[in-house]
Design a protein around this ligand. Structure first.
Ligand code: PLP
Length: 391
């Protein structure tokens, strides 16, 4: 016998992966340059050159056993201290090394945090549109996954509907800003109001409602900055990743930050470490911990993402496509002409234009494009978008 939920998750690939595989097959037939694949969020800017230089330095100036050996389960102290110093320099946040847990990227960090908070009957809320993996991550803990309807057309947070969904069982609200799939950055004002609602309802229920801030795109912003949520609402647990900011998605490195001012901070931190342990976490990759310790000051060079973003936003808006202003990450979330995003994406697919319908993100009627692609592909694809909107 096997576990049916696990089987279903393994046997049914995500629609994004399916589309990506389809794009690879089509590329073999019609040529890579004739497939306009906007499906997958794989960074398309190289890591800053200092990253590779640092790998070489670490290998040459650190004892080999130390480079490749186990580290403490919560991460090397030097790495945690370097990250704390960087956060304090940027956000004046009072972070200590002991508030940080070095994890293997946002995905397993989120799972550990959800498991840490999954008391019997727990409900965890996501705000549509949301990253589809949240659902299996949350449900895998036994908690109930609930979705706050989208705030159209700006894709901030519909606070009234969110408040109406809070119950004494609500343990956490997931906040992902800059957002996948909308590309929207939640404003300071939105986050202040969210914090006020959660504070009030937490007091009413007699227990804290945590924000789980999923922040792989924190540094990917254009003309604005993403507010540091623990400075707005102390009961915030941050899951950070270097996958996008340093273009290292295959290396699996990031951290969880439990602010000391969060309610029950010590217990939450221990429960995160314990939950990670129960999932088989031993330590984050040792070499990468040592590299990150020397690279916390590096920021991505966003020029090519920004050029892509502007070309698409301006080009598509001029054609009549509607979308929220994409100030962050590398996605646009666009209203499907005719209202049926699945049908629209099918029609686009016939022209080798690969778009992801918003249904999986909890937001039917929209489609996502990921602009981690070449500028040339964007230019070639724009006439296809034009053809589609003209019907
Ligand atoms: N959260 C969001 C919103 C994402 O878009 C992704 C990856 O695309 C992740 C989490 C997982 O990132 P990581 O590679 O750090 O596990």
């Amino acid at each position: 016998m096997i576990n049916e939920t696990s089987y279903a998750l393994g046997a049914n690939r995500s629609c994004i992966r399916d589309l990506f595989e389809y794009g690879c097959q089509r590329a073999a037939v019609v040529g890579r340059e004739n497939v306009y694949d906007y499906s997958l969020g794989n960074p398309s800017i190289p890591s800053p050159p200092e990253v590779n230089e640092t790998i070489r330095q670490v290998l040459s100036d650190t004892d080999s056993l130390a480079v490749h050996g186990y580290t403490s389960a919560v991460g090397d102290l030097a790495t945690r201290q370097a990250i704390a110093d960087d956060l304090n320099a940027r956000y004046d946040a009072g972070v200590r090394a002991s508030d940080l847990f070095i994890g293997c990227g946002a995905a397993p960090e989120l799972v550990a945090v959800f498991r840490a908070l999954a008391v019997p009957g727990a409900e965890i809320l996501a705000i549509a549109p949301y990253f589809p993996e949240y659902k299996p991550f949350v449900e895998g803990t036994g908690a109930t996954f609930r979705v706050v309807p989208p705030d159209v057309p700006g894709f901030q947070i519909d606070l009234e509907r969110l408040e109406a969904m809070l119950t004494p069982n609500t343990q956490a609200v997931i906040v992902n800003s800059p957002n996948n799939p909308s590309g929207v950055v939640y404003t300071e004002e939105t986050l202040q109001k969210l914090g006020a609602v959660l504070t009030r309802k937490g007091e009413e229920f007699g227990h804290p409602i945590y924000i789980v801030a999923d922040e792989p795109y924190r540094e990917l912003t254009y003309g604005c900055t993403a507010p540091f949520i623990p400075n707005i609402y102390p009961n915030t647990i941050v899951c950070y990743s270097y996958s996008k900011s340093l273009s290292l998605p295959g290396e699996r490195i990031g951290y969880v930050y439990v602010p000391r001012q969060a309610a029950d901070a010590g217990a939450v931190y221990a429960a995160v470490a314990g939950a990670a342990r129960a999932c088989g976490h031993v330590c984050a990759p040792s070499l990468w911990q040592k590299v990150i310790a020397r690279c916390t000051h590096l920021r991505p060079d966003l020029e090519s993402y920004d050029r892509n973003r502007r070309a698409l936003y301006e080009g598509l808006t001029a054609m009549g496509y509607e979308m929220a202003k994409p100030d962050g990450a590398f996605y646009l979330f666009i209203k499907a002409p005719g209202g049926d995003a699945v049908r629209f994406s099918e029609k686009a697919k016939e022209k080798d234009l690969l778009l992801v319908p918003g249904d999986g993100f909890g937001c039917p009627g929209y489609f996502r494009i990921c602009y981690c692609v070449s500028y040339e592909m964007i230019q070639k694809s724009l006439p296809v978008f034009e053809e589609l909107i003209r019907g």
